[in-house]
Design a protein. Structure first.
Length: 174
């Protein structure tokens, strides 16, 4: 049974490799807008809970290179001693750059975009119960991909070191 599965997989790979596909072009003037949610986090400030909202813009400035902006917000609460509710909230705003690997990896599909990069962001964390606020500037890294369902609409997923470990959502290409 395993051999049959491998033969079917091999058949589809051979058929796909004989087809002519274009790569997704990331050139000067290419624009992406990402809107999504974020889950997970690192440490005390972002690992506590809640689902974050995030948005990002990427602008093509050269072949395979984009620069852009990012913003995110996350809020969650917990019940503490003496029936008081404490709110935790955090936000992240910054700039980033990405390299798109489609050409380098010779991806033969014009619907897929794989990228990675880093940026500079301001992160703020507030603990409502004590009105305590913490803020810092840091360098987030990201690795992601997007798949376009049509010429302009798709989905994206990113692993990163910012407000959420995993970001998922919709992407628009202009």
């Amino acid at each position: 049974m395993k051999n049959l599965h491998y033969k079917i997989l091999l058949f589809f790979l051979l058929v796909a490799s004989t087809q002519s596909f274009a790569q997704m072009a990331i050139d000067k003037g290419t624009k992406f807008v990402n809107l999504g949610i974020g889950v997970g986090g690192y440490g005390y400030y972002t690992g506590g809970g809640g689902i974050g909202l995030n948005a990002g813009l990427d602008f093509g400035i050269a072949p395979n290179i984009t620069v852009g902006a990012l913003a995110g917000y996350r809020s969650y609460g917990s019940i503490a001693a003496i029936n008081s509710t404490y709110r935790y909230s955090s936000f992240d705003i910054g700039a980033r750059g990405s390299y798109h690997f489609n050409e380098l990896l010779s991806l033969a599909n014009d619907k897929i975009d794989l990228y990675a990069g880093l940026g500079i962001s301001y992160f703020s964390f507030s603990y409502g119960g004590f009105a305590d606020t913490y803020g810092t500037v840091y360098v987030p890294i990201h690795v992601g991909g997007r798949y376009l369902f049509s010429e302009r609409l798709g989905a994206f997923a990113e692993l990163n070191s910012s407000l959420a470990t995993l970001k998922l959502g919709l992407t628009l290409k202009f």
